[in-house]
Write a protein that binds this ligand. Sequence first.
Ligand code: AMP
Length: 546
Amino acid sequence: MLGLMQGWPLLCQRVVDHAATFHGGRKVITRSVEGPIVETNYADIRARALKVAQRLDKDGIRLGDRVATLAWNTWRHLECWYGIMGIGAIYHTVNPRLFPEQIVWIVNHAEDRMMFVDLTFVPLLEKIADKLPTIERYVILTDAAHMPQTSLKNAVPYEDWIGEVDGDFAWKEFDENTAAGMCYTSGTTGHPKGVLYSHRSNVLHSMIAAMPDAMAASSRDVILPVVPMFHANCWGLALTAPMVGATVVMPGAKMDGASIYELLTQYKVSFTAAVPTVWLMLLQDLEKTGGKLPDLERVVIGGSACPRAMTKTFQDVYGVQVIHAWGMTEMSPLGSLCTMKPEYADITGDAKLDIEMKQGHPPFGVEMKITDDSDKALPWDGKVFGRLKVRGPAVAKSYYKGEGGEAFDKDGWFDTGDVATMDQYGYMQITDRSKDVIKSGGEWISSIDLENLAVGHPKVAEAAVIGVAHPKWDERPLLVIVLKKGETATKDEILGFMQGKCAKWWMPDDVAFVDEIPHTATGKIQKLTLRKQFEGYRLPTGEAAE
Ligand code: AMP
């Protein structure tokens, strides 16, 4: 027998309808790419998204067509997402930090028909546009007054383009499993792979993200999504914020410490989210200026492991709750968040920090397990680590065009490529990427644990640990360090600091000081490049063992 409830399809355009109807006056504030701060609200966002939809329709964009965006977080970008989704087309966020050849590869693979572009990226695109045959038109996200001279095909300023229609248009109706958005994985090896979100997965993910033990987002929040809309589906915030009717502050092109600080304080931001590198810049800026964060309540930190010192500084010095989170482009992207369950509610000090270093527990909608190489489930004791696998309604079941199928098994489990422990209360902790883990004498050493330890040293700005070939142990850890500006330190000073804080045989065999650690387009340490850089590096212990 079927239930007698309404079949109300979970379509993303209903999110902006809801925001406009029940939170219509709530502000959406942007630091525009042109410079000035621009204020709008959900009612206007919806009205203009309808114009985008109508205008796309007029340009012949149809159900299932891919429409690319190469853009910062702005109100116009938000309008584009809803306009594109509202006719059943697919927003394809392209990461401008990728190499131009990767952008060419991705746009051709997705066969995007149109592209919305911020002013910043016009010169970049002009250089590669002749290699993008599927793009029929470029819409430049600006008005006529700021429109540059450009060779881009059929280029028009966004404001003129939507100005050609009246907005008297209705969203299209279609099945909730229709594709809504697309984002390519950062692909540290091989070609990037396309993840295709559906309307249903996006809506469910936003509800999951908003829950109290996840982001606890509400209409009383002022949310600053520093995480770009082109990184892993904006961690869901482009949908979660309007769904709960929160005020939104968009950083545009400026994500340096001082610019973010200005937005945080001026607009009394209560909740924000970004990768550790962004927070490193902010905290360094605050250390210099003596700035305070009186309104900020919570910060979600994820994308790579949040260093212990960062959590401690946010919480102890600035009174801001850190929510360490883990996720992946393939998971829409939230997988787990480190909020305190009653079992851990009363712990304090270092013991609390130990828990906060974990990536947390999955919300409803994410199933999780750790296994050995033969898929045997491993115990949840907080010590044993294994392959992390996940399942759920907002987790990919395949990549675009069926590529990379080996990551998905017949029961629907997705092998994340991460290695993790689970503790007795279901808190997961990433110990490594399966390809970054250091294999020493048949045992595994977690590079992330060592990095976290090293950045706890007051002189260290950033640390990366890689495995270097060793004649006796196969691999031994090498600690690569960037010191804070103006600081000097010796190897012994750093190693002495780490001594006793990890197993003896985990201790790095050597320390290399560098000016810069390479990062991927999404802010992760590029271990592959680093390993190449240190190929053939002779560890002092290596020589001794020979
Ligand atoms: P992306 O799809 O670009 O978001 O990358 C996903 C990958 O980033 C994951 O598989 C992890 O390896 C890594 N990652 C994300 N969040 C964290 C975190 N909190 N700690 C450690 N690694 C993380």
